[in-house]
Write a protein that binds this ligand. Structure first.
Ligand code: ASP
Length: 348
């Protein structure tokens, strides 16, 4: 077990995003900077004594990353962790809440995988990329971050990948964990953990881009047009339902028919809190939908639920195992009921 005094080696994987952007001749900014160039801009990095290697893995905005990019990244991370203590991933913030959770599911080792980025590109006053990158490296190098899976370090806050959300289009404090708050903070260059995850939820899978799992956001007066248009073309569905897991009564027959064929997962569009199980009794309520075979996402928001469902379906998981996985990861069944226990959880 490494201690804080042991010499540390971290690998930084650069994927592009605002942190790596510079001004283009056609206007605006686009990703151009290498991972090495990002490190050059970090004051005080050499004083940490941490050895940092770099891999230029992708050079794209967050919106253009794919599920298979992140699957390939998880494999590359696995290979590099044979001789490194942790990994930092720099990428576009637009999709960090998805990529970090997917890495969290696919990374089975004890070493920290820390995702970060920037909201202000390097051409602006006060770019946040260098500070975020330094804090991410310091966190990835710290023994206290082991066994926590994938973390998002941003604005000196340490977030669990499975809880973090992007909540603001421009604020440097955009990353928040509405359910439970941050796991800790980076203070004077040291990660200080205040909370810890009691369990990890990992799968052995290689999800690709061919599985079709859309999110359907339920809205006032929804007449079912989108649900019916999608129904025959998908492998699973996440409902971003109103309130604690409710849909208009007129959608119920279509959802019940869908749930008989493919997994239909019920999440809330509200942004925080769990889907309920046993409170409301009207047609289209959470009780009604769960009784008709819909699977609760619990605390997982629609975006996280979609990442989990896509990953499970693209590795051929059957509906009972999907249901068990959501119970554990969604926090409404004991964590031990996760179908694929991970040895690295043992010493949590
Ligand atoms: N605004 C985004 C970022 O923060 C752009 C992107 O996701 O590439 O990096």
């Amino acid at each position: 077990m490494p201690t804080a005094q042991t010499p540390r080696r971290i690998v930084v994987f650069g994927l592009g995003g605002t942190i790596a952007m510079s001004t283009t001749s056609s206007g605006g900014v686009a990703p151009t900077l290498s991972a090495d160039q990002l490190l050059t801009a970090v004051p005080g990095l050499t004083d940490t004594g941490i050895t940092v290697d770099v891999v230029d893995f992708r050079q794209v905005p967050g919106a253009s990353l794919t599920i298979s990019d992140i699957t390939a990244l998880a494999e590359a991370i696995h290979d590099r962790l044979t001789d490194a203590d942790g990994v930092v991933v720099t990428q576009g913030t637009d999709t960090i809440e998805e990529t970090a959770f997917l890495l969290d599911l696919l990374h089975t080792g004890p070493q920290p995988v820390v995702v970060t980025g920037a909201m202000r590109n390097p051409s602006l006053a006060g770019p946040d990329g260098p500070a975020n990158l330094l804090a991410a490296i310091q966190t990835a190098a710290d023994p206290s971050a082991r066994h926590q899976g994938c973390l998002v370090v941003f604005n000196d806050e340490i977030h669990a990948a499975r809880r973090v959300r992007k909540t603001h289009t421009t604020s440097t404090a955009t990353f928040q964990s509405p359910n439970g708050g941050p796991l800790g903070y980076v203070v004077e260059g040291r990660p200080r953990r205040l909370n810890q995850l009691s369990h990890r939820f990992t799968v052995t899978a290689k999800p690709g881009d061919d599985t079709r799992v859309p999110i359907l956001t339920v809205t006032l007066g929804d007449d079912g047009t989108t649900l019916h248009a999608l129904a025959d073309h998908i492998d699973g569905l996440v409902l971003a339902a109103v309130g604690a897991g409710h849909v208009p009564a007129r959608l119920v027959p279509g959802i019940e028919a869908l749930a008989a064929r493919v997994p239909a997962v019920l999440a809330s569009r509200t942004g925080a809190g769990s889907v309920l199980e046993s409170t409301y009794g009207f047609p289209g309520s959470e009780r009604d939908l769960l009784a008709r075979g819909v699977i609760s996402a619990g605390y997982l928001d629609p975006i996280k639920a979609r990442v989990l469902l896509h990953t499970l379906l693209s590795s051929g998981t059957d509906i009972p195992a999907v249901s068990a996985a959501f119970g554990a990861a969604g926090g409404y069944r004991p964590a031990e009921t996760w179908p694929w226990p991970n040895d690295s959880s043992k010493d949590l």
